[in-house]
Design a protein around this ligand. Structure first.
Ligand code: FAD
Length: 366
């Protein structure tokens, strides 16, 4: 007899399993249909010995000290600022747009934040109440920067024109008037020193946790006894899609290893206008691994079908309305707690899903 059956061994399921097992002495059965723990944050060494993130790059960043302290129990860290460049007009330019981006793109010599602010003020278009993503970006950085950095990237990422995306999707385009080229500004920015999977292994070490991999929970549910379920899978699938399927974007990854130490000099280059892929990741720059070889991954965005991994909920009003129908059903079931990006149909960063799981644990054990 288990106290909890937890479906999904990603961050949501693993944090809850760890807390319930070690802080509330509960017996937990953690089930995942994949062959590994870690959910989308899973990483492994490829056949060339390079550590890669199987489901796309995961940069840990947070301002939440509670989340950082929580994870620090299970890993040492490699502190590391994430830096990204965008390939535009044949140049590799810093993104978010900063003083160097503007100078290199337009051959300018702006040297103070005031000069750069004046530049943005000159190019931005006065739009009082931006109605969509296009208007939102143009009202901040003008038409040319929008065309070069945002329009086609959004089209590749979502196959939706920015005109048809809610203004909130790009509500705050981070632009900088100085030379700060960090992608994120959060207080804690780091990677687990030995990788995410090693960190998950430590989280799930308690003898109170039994793990069943390669198993869809539907296949065992009648054979196990438990008091309560925590479900972190897709909410529409839980209800047999009775109101219809929630749409997602997925990704296709193309990996290539080169017999050279370095490929592009940094961990991420975005390709808004050229090629079909959205970005190239070079893993060693993110993990700090040393090797004479280097692996890169090209990332292609596409609509998920029934067989694909579901990555990004599509931010459109009709999808949220459909989710709310499922949520209303879920709220009626007291014996099942729903948590995580698939169950909440919400794009969470890792720190957000950890914070959500820690607060659910607190609620559950008061
Ligand atoms: P998941 O990790 O998806 O775990 C859910 C698990 O449930 C899966 O392992 C799945 O196999 C299992 N499951 C589903 N249905 C069943 C079933 N029927 N039976 C058994 N098991 C089932 N966040 C950041 O903070 N920084 C980043 O840089 C970042 N990059 C990202 C890049 C990509 C491409 C993606 C997709 C996400 C990224 N994220 C990033 C977000 C991060 O992945 C999520 O916040 C986190 O993984 C969510 O954890 P979760 O447990 O909710 O979901």
């Amino acid at each position: 007899m288990f106290d909890y059956l937890i479906v999904g061994a990603g961050f949501a399921g693993s944090v809850l399993a760890e807390r319930l097992a070690t802080q509330a002495n509960k017996r937990v059965l953690l089930v995942d249909k994949r062959t590994h723990i870690g959910g989308n944050a899973y990483d492994n060494y490829n056949e060339d010995g390079i550590l890669v993130h199987k489901y796309g790059p995961h940069w840990f960043h947070t301002n939440d000290k509670g989340v950082f302290d929580y994870l620090s129990q299970f890993t040492e860290w490699r502190f590391h600022y994430h830096r990204v460049k965008s390939y535009v007009d044949g140049n590799l330019l810093p993104i978010p747009i900063n003083m160097d981006t503007v100078n290199e793109l337009y051959g300018l010599k702006l040297s103070s934040p005031e000069d750069v602010q004046t530049f943005f003020d000159t190019v931005k278009v006065q739009i009082d109440n931006p109605k969509n993503s296009e208007e939102m970006v143009i009202s901040q950085v003008g038409k040319d920067l929008y065309d070069k950095f945002f329009k086609n990237y959004t089209l590749k990422q979502w196959e939706i024109h920015p005109k048809d995306l809610a203004a909130s999707v790009t509500a705050r385009i981070p632009t900088r008037t100085n030379r700060d080229n960090r992608y994120f500004t959060d207080k804690y920015q780091c990677m687990p020193k030995y990788g995410y999977t090693a960190m998950f292994n430590k989280m799930l070490m308690s003898p109170n946790i039994s793990i069943l991999l390669n198993t869809d929970y539907n296949d065992i549910i009648k054979e196990v006894s438990y008091k309560k379920m925590i479900y972190t899978g897709p909410i529409d699938s839980f209800f047999d899609y009775k109101f219809g399927k929630l749409p997602y974007r997925t990704l296709r990854f193309e990996h290539e290893t080169f017999n050279q130490e370095n490929y592009q000099g940094l961990q991420q280059v975005n390709y808004p206008n050229d090629f079909d892929f959205t970005r190239i990741i070079e893993w060693k720059h993110a993990t700090g691994q040393k090797s004479n070889l280097t692996t890169i991954t090209r990332e292609y965005s596409l609509l998920a079908d029934d067989h694909s991994d579901k990555y990004y909920p599509i931010p459109r009003e009709e999808n949220h309305a459909l989710f709310n129908k499922y949520k209303a059903e879920a709220d009626k079931i007291e014996s099942v707690l729903f948590c995580g990006r698939l169950a909440d149909y919400k794009y969470y960063n890792m720190d957000q899903v950890i914070a959500r799981s820690l607060s659910l644990f607190k609620k559950e054990t008061v």
